[in-house]
Structures are given as structure tokens and as C-alpha cells.
Design a protein around this ligand. Structure first.
Ligand code: PEP
Ligand code: MG
Length: 306
């Protein structure tokens, strides 16, 4: 507790023995980014597209992206390409109604229907990135296979951007993290959707909250698998789901080898203090305890008591 109290209120995210775990922010636009933290770990770009009958012009997108990149200065910004689907209807995509929208033409899959939307978005991102000094990384949502990851990375590089990654939020992608990482520069775990798809529990259904818990053993095991793949290939593996803002889970993730954590701005201070109060060896021990627990509840309890 004392170490936690003494932990600096600003500055880099790191364990008590100085192992860096950069703390990034999840944002939906320039107004959300605060000076605290190492930059943006998830820039959700849906806001530009929702409620429109035609895709926003490249110039309009460029202006919006540039606004955030300018606020970021020379910090990192991980921009996520459009994560739309039949549950967030975008009339210009011409998507058919689906019985199971969460399992349908969502995220990167929408480019099967109309590849021009993604191509234009990448063009706008590349233009905005060139005009600023932000360190711009681009990632795709809802990737299930290494083949999709490779195709996306090729488009990112073709647009003139340097750093391509994908979100790991489908269990198939977590299981094949090594193959996916071989195709891209980084991955970021979206634990909101990873919990939903691993536990087959709708993330909008409050009655299933116990199943959607990111402390569920199956979800923790998948996160650990992806972290190990990243260590093997020496490539960054972040977490950008809400769970990264849980101060105890953040230490568990660091102990598994997760390299960056991205969360909403109000969570940054508590996660920083929690990391600063534990050594990297202690974090590894917490990860072992969490992974050995038979239930979400016992994992949480074992880590809290340790
Ligand atoms: C996630 O799924 O964890 C995530 C970060 O993306 P979103 O919540 O926007 O689906
Ligand atoms: Mg998601």
C-alpha cells in the first residue's frame, strides 16, 4: 500500500523494478485524449461513419485523424479501422440484414462487401500521418485468420503506412496468434469481444455478466497464449479491452508478458500505481496464480490476496 501511495501520479507505466509497461488511452476522438499516458492504444473511428448515407470523403476523414494526431504530438496512436457491422447499420455498405450480427459481416469483414471504404480510410490515415509527427500504427478489428491479417497488412503498407497490426478478439485468432504475428508488426487484444466470443455470451446481455468476466479461466488462458506468442516472435502484444483498466488484471497481464495496456483516461492513474507497487517477478507470480485458478472468482481472490 505504501509503495502504491508513493507511486508517482504521472510518468511512464512501469513495475517497481522499472520494467516499462506503457499506458495508453482508448479514445473516440481528439477531445478524449489527455496529456497523461504514452499516447493512444485504441482510436475508435466509427464516429465518423455512423448515421451516414455515404462514406465520409477522404479529406474529411483526414482532417478528423489529423486533429487527434496533432494532440498526440510525437506520442503513439493506434488507429483502428472501421468496426461496423449489421448491428451498426451503415447504409452505404449495403449490408444485408443478418440473424446473428455479432457473427456476421463485421469489422474487417465489411471490406468483402466494399473494399473501397477501407482503401479510402487508409489513404486518409496515411495523409494525416504524413502531415504530423505522431507515431501512427493501424489495426483491423474482427480478424479471425492469418490470411486476413496478411491481406490487411499488405493494404496498410500499400497506403504508405509503416506499422500494421490486428486486434485479437476472436478465439480463432488467439489460438493462431503466432501465425498472425508472423504477418503483422503487432497485435492488440480486445478483451470485450474476446470474452463475448470465447464464452458465447452476448456482451450487451447484463444477465450474463458472470460469463463475460475477463477473469474467466478460458479467457485468461487465451490472453496468456497470445502474450507468449508475442514474446517468442519479439513483437508487441497490447490489451485494449476494458479489462486493461482493472488495476489487478493489469499486473496479471504484465506478468503474462503483455507489453502495453490501453484504457479509458480515468483508469490510467490507478493502473500506474498498481504496476508501480509490484516487481515484474511479483507480476509473473500473480499471472501464475490467476492462470491456476479454477474460476473467475477464485482467480480474482487469489490475486487480490497475494
Ligand atoms: C474489444 O472488443 O475489447 C474492443 C476494445 O473493441 P470494442 O469494445 O470497440 O469492440
Ligand atoms: Mg471489439
Amino acid at each position: 500500500e505504501e509503495r502504491e501511495r508513493n507511486a508517482s501520479l504521472t510518468g511512464p507505466g512501469q513495475t517497481a523494478d522499472g520494467v516499462a509497461v506503457p499506458l495508453l488511452q482508448n479514445v473516440g476522438g481528439a477531445k478524449d485524449l489527455t496529456p497523461d499516458g504514452a499516447g493512444v492504444g485504441l482510436f475508435r473511428t466509427e464516429f465518423l461513419f455512423l448515421g451516414r448515407t455515404s462514406a465520409p470523403p477522404v479529406a474529411e476523414q483526414e482532417t478528423a485523424y489529423r486533429e487527434l494526431f496533432e494532440v498526440a504530438g510525437d506520442r503513439k496512436v493506434v488507429l483502428r479501422t472501421l468496426d461496423a457491422g449489421a448491428d451498426k447499420p451503415l447504409p452505404f455498405l449495403g449490408l444485408a440484414a443478418e440473424d446473428n450480427p455479432a457473427l456476421g459481416v463485421r469489422g474487417l469483414r465489411t471490406s468483402r462487401v466494399d473494399p473501397s471504404v477501407l482503401a479510402e480510410q487508409l489513404e486518409a490515415v496515411a495523409r494525416a500521418a504524413t502531415a504530423t509527427s505522431a507515431d501512427v500504427w493501424v489495426m483491423a478489428p474482427m480478424v479471425a485468420t492469418a490470411e486476413e491479417a496478411a491481406e490487411f497488412a499488405a493494404l496498410v503498407y500499400k497506403a504508405g503506412l509503416r506499422t500494421a497490426g490486428v486486434m485479437i478478439e476472436v478465439p480463432a485468432a488467439a489460438l493462431k496468434a503466432r501465425q498472425i504475428l508472423a504477418e503483422v508488426d503487432f497485435v492488440s487484444l480486445g478483451t470485450n469481444d474476446l470474452s463475448q466470443y470465447t464464452m458465447a455470451a452476448d456482451r450487451m446481455n447484463g444477465e450474463l455478466a458472470d460469463l463475460l468476466d475477463p477473469w474467466q479461466p478460458a479467457v485468461l488462458e487465451l490472453v496468456a497464449l497470445v502474450a507468449s506468442a508475442g514474446q517468442e516472435l519479439s513483437k508487441p502484444v497490447g490489451v485494449c479491452g476494458e479489462s486493461a483498466g482493472d488495476p489487478l488484471l493489469a499486473c496479471v497481464y504484465a506478468g503474462m508478458g503483455i507489453t502495453t495496456l490501453s484504457m479509458s483516461a480515468p483508469s490510467v492513474a490507478a493502473v500506474r500505481a498498481s504496476l508501480a507497487s509490484r516487481t515484474s517477478a511479483e507480476c509473473r507470480r500473480l499471472a501464475e496464480l490467476a492462470l491456476a485458478a479454477p474460476t473467475a472468482e477464485s482467480a480474482r481472490k487469489a490475486v487480490a490476496e497475494a
